[in-house]
Design a protein around this ligand. Sequence first.
Ligand code: BYC
Length: 328
Amino acid sequence: MYGNAYIDPNDKAAMMIAGEDPDKLAAFEARIARGEKIEPKDWMPKEYRKQLIRMIEQHGHSEIIGALPEGTWITRAPGFRRKLALMAKVQDEVGHAQLLYSAAETLGKSREAMINDLITGKSKYSNVFNYPAYTWADACIIAWLIDAGAIINQVANAKGSYGPYCRALDRICTEESFHLKYGHDNVVTLATGTPKQREMVQAALTRWWPPIMHFFGPSDKISNHTEILMRWKVKMASNDDMRQQFLNMYVPKIWDLGLTLPDKNLKKNAEGKWEYTEPDWEEFKRVINGGGPCNAERLAVRRDAEERGRWVREALNTADSKYIVPLA
Ligand code: BYC
């Protein structure tokens, strides 16, 4: 019961939608149950709008910040073909941010406000991009396994309820599937290469495993937003379910390459579920709240880019600017 009826303060979902018009809310939820897409001009609960802005904006930030660890390897990628491929991948990731910011803008938050919240540290972005890419192998592990995790999440959520986000995710997934193949090819090359190359890729995998386990979000027991987001089909699977899907698809591939994972408890049980050591959620919280090894460096790069790009934005916003050449 919503509207003016008594709301149990322990019922998180009910508290989030308290005060909404019960008829409108029921019609909205019926549309979602029928699998219809919600479009920007449609009525939506305030909490739906707020949650979508938060999630899509954080996703957009993850894409542009995510371009940084791999981006540092463009000039040092082994061989011209890999340089070209990595350059194209990094460019794609930044393009994904453009798509996502456009989707979030349809909900009423300006791009300037989103970028401002990123560079002032108010808004979050994916934990994984706060770790350094020490070697070429780190960049390869990112391209294979972080992109793999992202695809699992995005393919599921592309079937969700908010039209602009789903359409952006469809396009992103198509590009990400190339990234995944590129990353896999690089990791296979290293894993089947010289002893030094194998050592390098194993060390990178060992470094990246804990952040990758964190990537899918906190365990369902402690996730804040999953219940309401799944109710409204923004998230199409819980954090733990996505993590399970990832383990199911990628642990066998990793083991097939003769690589090992730094978790002695990792195994598939008799029910077909993966068991693993509980990730360190304190470390996760520290990293997503600004205390990771690279948070300060990543935000400093974005602040610098914001300053350096100011004249371009000002020129574009000035109708009679000397910088604007009319299109023929
Ligand atoms: N990192 O209630 P929960 C890419 C936060 S980029 C940081 O479970 P939710 C790529 C969460 O925001 C693709 N923070 O949250 C790019 C919340 O904090 P607030 C990245 C995280 O939203 C370049 C709190 O923890 N993918 O592939 O229900 C190169 C509680 O969590 C994380 C996306 O962004 C995290 N990993 O579920 C290469 C996918 N996890 O906001 C590759 C879109 C949780 O209350 N996002 N938090 O302060 C989602 O699907 C969901 O937001 C999540 C989390 C599954 C990540």
